[in-house]
Design a protein around this ligand. Structure first.
Ligand code: NCD
Ligand code: ZN
Length: 352
């Protein structure tokens, strides 16, 4: 057999990737986390779930300026901003947002579904005029897809949302551009796959690499807790299939969501996994383990820009199969955050 057939891929080079879903927070925490994203990713879609939430274009632009200030000198990084949809959002504000080149979408948090989602929308009928405006102006709706029915089991919330809320929404607004964020189930992945090209999905490193056993491995693991929560192994299989498919419907959205270590290691711990320091390497590991490295480029560098109508980045980044170690913690404002894989390693490294 020729030697080439036996050799595994040890190095890949791809256009600089983008992160289509990240949480930067604000203030000291913002300054701690932005460099981890901007070092690797050329652009990132920044979630608006601050306290108070980012509900206007003016607030989003002020927030964007604070992000730009936190980017290390000499690093090229473009924050793409989102508005937080509330029952009082107006179609007029949507028109201003749609005309603004730095605003890429409006985030739907079902009220109370996750961290800082209290100001979200309990009933989509209350925002019909806004959704009509978004459909007409082609401004994407970025969806946290979980049912907020208290009777719904946490592991079923995504499937129930897709069936009872997202399906009917897309029937009512067939031209609305929608991203189902951080898809975690076979049902969510199938919905995006079978929907028209106006519907796409993001996938996180943790949902491609872990299933819910990771929450209970040898004891309760608060740093593996995020929302939507990790699901059963067969869902992870479906997500890997979605990520590595050639239909272009899925792209990288890390959902990196830093919380101070004490807020995680608590009797009522916060939801959110901090993965941005090694997110690209973790995606590479997931694709490698799935035997699908050639599909990584489309997922992290091409499908997102295609959906959002932006150019693929010209700069390139190389990865090699060499372990990179992950520290136990990183500074986070005045405290620390434990990253995904803390104290362990990732199978892939970025070539410096
Ligand atoms: C996010 C956060 O902490 O802001 N948490 C999470 O578990 N993913 C919110 C979110 O995206 O759900
Ligand atoms: Zn998120």
């Amino acid at each position: 057999m020729p030697e080439q057939v036996l050799r595994v891929t040890e190095r890949i080079e791809i256009p600089r990737p983008d992160d289509w879903h990240v949480h930067f927070r604000d203030g000291d925490v913002l300054r701690s986390v932005v460099p981890h994203t901007s070092r690797v990713f050329a652009r990132a879609v920044v979630m608006p779930n601050l306290r108070p939430p980012v509900t206007t274009v003016a607030a989003a632009m002020a927030y964007r300026a604070r992000i730009v200030q936190a980017v290390p000198p000499g690093v090229a990084f473009e924050p793409l901003m989102t508005l937080y949809l509330t029952p009082t959002t107006t179609p007029e504000e949507i028109a201003v947002a749609a005309a603004h080149p730095a605003i890429v979408g409006v985030k739907l948090y079902p009220a109370g579904a996750t961290t800082n989602a209290q100001a979200g929308v309990a009933d989509l009928d209350s925002v019909t005029g806004v959704l009509e405006a978004m459909q007409e102006l082609r401004l994407p709706l970025l969806v946290h897809g979980e049912s907020i029915d208290p009777a719904c089991d946490p592991f079923d919330r995504e499937a129930e949302f897709v069936q009872k809320t997202l399906g009917p929404l897309i029937e009512r607004f067939p031209r609305l551009r929608v991203v189902l964020e951080h898809v975690t189930t076979a049902e969510g992945a199938a919905f995006v796959r079978d929907a028209p090209d106006t519907v796409a999905g993001t996938l996180t490193p943790q949902h491609l690499l872990y299933d819910r056993r990771a929450l209970f491995e040898g004891g309760l693991r608060p740093h593996m807790y995020c929302l939507p929560v990790l699901k059963r192994a067969h869902h992870r299989d479906a997500l890997l299939e979605a990520a590595t498919a050639s239909d272009g419907k899925f792209f990288a959205g890390t959902d990196s969501a830093p919380h101070e270590i004490g807020a995680k290691e608590s009797s009522c711990g916060c939801a959110g996994i901090y993965n941005s320091p090694t997110a690209l390497q973790l995606y590479a590991e997931a694709f490698d383990l799935a035997g699908a490295l050639p599909a990584l480029e489309a997922f992290v560098s091409r499908n997102g820009p295609a959906f959002y109508g932006r150019a693929v980045n010209v700069e390139r980044v190389a990865l090699e199969r060499r372990p990179c170690s992950v520290p136990e913690s990183y500074p986070l404002g005045g405290g620390v955050v434990a990253p995904l894989r803390a104290g362990a390693s990732v199978m892939w490294s970025i070539v410096p």
